[in-house]
Design a protein around this ligand. Sequence first.
Ligand code: SAH
Ligand code: SF4
Ligand code: F3S
Length: 466
Amino acid sequence: MTKKLFIKTYGCQMNVYDSVRMADVLAPLGYRPTEQADDADMIILNTCHIREKAAEKVYSELGRLRQLQEKRTQEGGRLLLGVAGCVAQAEGEEMLRRAPQVDLVFGPQTYHRLPEMVTRVLGRVSGASGLVDTDFPAESKFDALPEEAASQGAAAFLTIQEGCDKFCTFCVVPYTRGAEFSRPVSSLLDEAKKMVATGAAEITLLGQNVNAFHGEGPDGKTWGLGRLLRALAEIDGLARLRYTTSHPRDMDDELIEAHRDLDALMPFLHLPVQSGSDRILDAMNRRHTAEDYLRIIDRLRGARPDIALSSDFIVGFPGERDQDFADTLKLVTEVGYAQAYSFKYSPRPGTPAAAVEDQVDETVKAERLAMLQQLLNAQQLAFNQGSVGRVVPLLLERKGKFPGQLVGRSPHMQSVHVQAPDRLLGKIVQVEIEGAHANSLSGRVQTDIFTSDHDMAAPSREIRTA
Ligand code: SAH
Ligand code: SF4
Ligand code: F3S
């Protein structure tokens, strides 16, 4: 019998990938994805624990879902509630104490066991206490996940690496995702080929520390990310590759050379620096200086002159003084970002920085964040304006809000809105950029131009007929 599964995803792209795979795992039990929570037989919240109030938001969402669940029970039905992801991992049993209506609590490394968990829970009476599985099992979930995978469309995510051993002093990820682990190359190549066969023209490789990738190659040797990208770039029909998120310490020569040599590797890199102050970088345990970071950017630009950059920043880390913040602004000015994310430091329970006495006042954090965002927004707008008048290859990924509108991504990760027929969805077309806004561009599909703009270094294999 077909049942309906609704998954709500919070947090990073790795959670997005995990949600897709949870649906794959549950498909043999008859669960089919639905877009509406109201008529679902199972609801899973795939949660994120990275910043403040994450757990509180999950508990209030669970409060709302409890009503839906009770209504279903009164009607003689049953709605299963599951909590997955990093809040589930961090809270564990505590979640059942605070939200007893939850049937399943499971972490990022155990969702391959979902069929067994669901069968056990369904065998119990409604209202019996829920199951918790927040192990870090010795077996990898990737070995147990089904080979069958639903299509992710034109732009797909592929998790190649998980976990983190870096222990930045502000971050929960090493605790919620566990130790660093890389998948074997052969299974990644197989999964990527399947993605292309089901419509992917672009694959973004994912990992909390994606460039720390060190997977076992088919030759028995350890492969780094640069080598993996070279192998993936050979896959017929795979026009675009990206990877995220990287750590500056793992930008090795092989990876930088991949940016020089591979047309399919898009000229855009999210490389978080967090702060421009060496004192703060040291306190964060980032294990690089601002100067190290700038030299990496120089090397990347040497290899791929049109590469656009993005970063994450934290303002108000414990002990951050005006001078440290000024160093961050200086670094931003020196690099010139195409886009970036910035956050107020949020103390996370159990992390070393949360225990430091010298916490920065909330109003100071807010002021610094506003200043930094003003600078970053101005850089982003200037970058977008610089695209106007260019012809860029666009991968049309989805429908826009308005009739006849499609939305795609430029090689530089900009969202571009165009008027185009639906049959072009999933295709790469040449688009002349006409308008620039803070967060997106608008453009016109060039039906008669199929040669690439040299500046954008568009690979010839990206050009498909419109
Ligand atoms: N693995 C990536 C980042 C993962 S978390 C890396 O090493 O860069 C994504 C971003 O959230 C981080 O880059 C950081 O800027 C932000 N972040 C993480 N913990 C935070 C905290 N406690 N307070 C504020 N921002 C935080
Ligand atoms: Fe968190 Fe640092 Fe690991 Fe990134 S490298 S996931 S910020 S501990
Ligand atoms: Fe959030 Fe976990 Fe990703 S804390 S950012 S969902 S790794």
